[in-house]
Ligand binder design. Structure first.
Ligand SMILES: [Zn+2]
Ligand SMILES: [Zn+2]
Length: 278
């Protein structure tokens, strides 16, 4: 696996500790997130060492035709189920009462039942928020490794869904790279892939009229902005990496849950909820 990608998740674990100081009101959810990240990093390391039993032979052809590289519902998750069992043990151990109850229920499921539920989830069927959290926490590190072997041309994609897994982004960020200055990238809610998107365009409906896009920034967290669309009433956060170079977009999003509560109060719905359902 690309060393930069692996390091990024190790760095994320260090960042979560800093965020507890920065967002003391989110301490509890960040404690939970820290344990999830520890688990996910173990999975990433393990899968990278053992090799990936996921077929990516059709990936480039699919991308060329504007489809996401992976067709999640055709993946055989069976070899990965031991990780799911490990995650359910952790969730039962450290989760809230609701999480514990759901994890314990899933722990009693047979292998076939678990696989069937996973397939339902990857096919986009409605799940309860805790099931969603558990399945996402399980799939995230696996897909993170797989996404490393998928390449796509940033300027050629520019869609509002992930080029690797087809999911929606839960957060976006601004960054300077060698190729572009102040470019805006979206980060996939499921596999954490980053891809380029027009900065002044609503991620939900594609509206790019200035007077139908509002930007909100709170004084306490000036490096995180909300981009809200008055046409479709959706919003997404914009994390400005140029203001805080240590930011990890998916974690900043989780830590700044107070901004989500505010946006909801203003009548906006997030483009896609993050792992923890905010
Ligand atoms: Zn994805
Ligand atoms: Zn919109």
């Amino acid at each position: 696996m690309n060393i930069f990608k692996q390091k990024e998740r190790e760095f994320a674990l260090a960042r979560v500790k800093q965020l507890k100081e920065k967002f003391p009101e989110s301490r509890q959810i960040l404690d939970f997130m820290e344990r999830i990240l520890e688990f996910q990093n173990r999975v990433i390391e393990d899968i990278s060492e053992k090799g990936i039993p996921i077929d990516t032979s059709e990936a480039q052809g699919r991308i060329k035709h504007g489809k996401p590289a992976l067709n999640l519902s055709s993946v055989d998750w069976k070899p990965f189920l031991p990780y799911m069992r490990e995650l359910l043990d952790i969730a039962s151990d450290i989760g809230t009462e609701e999480i514990k109850a759901e994890a314990d229920r899933l722990r009693l499921s047979s292998q076939e039942e678990l696989l069937a539920q996973l397939v339902n989830f990857t096919e986009g069927m409605e799940t309860n928020p805790i099931e969603r959290l558990l399945f996402m926490a399980f799939l995230q590190p696996i897909l993170y490794v797989v996404s490393d072997s998928v390449s796509f041309k940033q300027e050629a994609w520019l869609k509002n869904t992930c080029p690797v897994c087809g999911s929606k982004p839960s957060v976006s960020f601004l960054t300077d790279t060698e190729e572009w200055e102040g470019g805006r990238l979206l980060r996939c809610s499921l596999c954490l892939t980053d891809w380029l998107y027009i900065r002044t365009k609503c991620v939900e409906c594609g509206n790019n009229e200035d007077d139908k896009l509002d930007y909100f920034v709170s004084q306490d967290v000036s490096y995180i902005e909300l981009q809200a669309c008055t046409q479709c009433h959706r919003y997404i956060k914009l994390v400005d990496m140029r203001k805080d170079g240590l930011a990890v977009p998916d974690l900043e999003d989780i830590a700044s849950v107070s901004l989500d509560l505010w946006a909801e109060g203003e009548g906006y719905t997030k483009v896609e909820k993050n792992l923890l359902g905010f």
